[in-house]
Write a new protein. Structure first.
Length: 93
């Protein structure tokens, strides 16, 4: 991503425009993150927001998605993401 050191700058908005699905870790809210989620919403990209069980999420996120995963650890997160993606976001065969 553009904020990584020693990496060529990439235009996040263009990457979002061409993605199939956006997964956002929203345990710690930030303005930049919500802007990027707004771009995904404007491009009609599906969005899954994930957050640690102990963290509340910003109410404004509910305007961009209804998909939220609350997880307790990385294994739990991966299992829930796999299940949701297989159920709802698999490309048609």
């Amino acid at each position: 991503m553009p904020q990584e050191k020693n990496k060529p700058e990439q235009i996040t908005k263009e990457r979002i425009e061409h993605c199939d699905l956006m997964i956002a870790e929203v345990s710690c809210p930030s303005t930049g993150q919500e802007i990027e989620l707004g771009w995904a919403d404007a491009y009609h990209r599906p969005i899954i927001c994930v957050h640690q069980e102990k963290n509340a999420v910003s109410n404004s996120l509910r305007f961009t998605t209804s998909e939220f995963i609350s997880y307790k650890d990385s294994e739990n997160l991966i299992a829930q993401l796999e299940r949701l993606i297989l159920e709802k976001y698999q490309p048609a065969a």
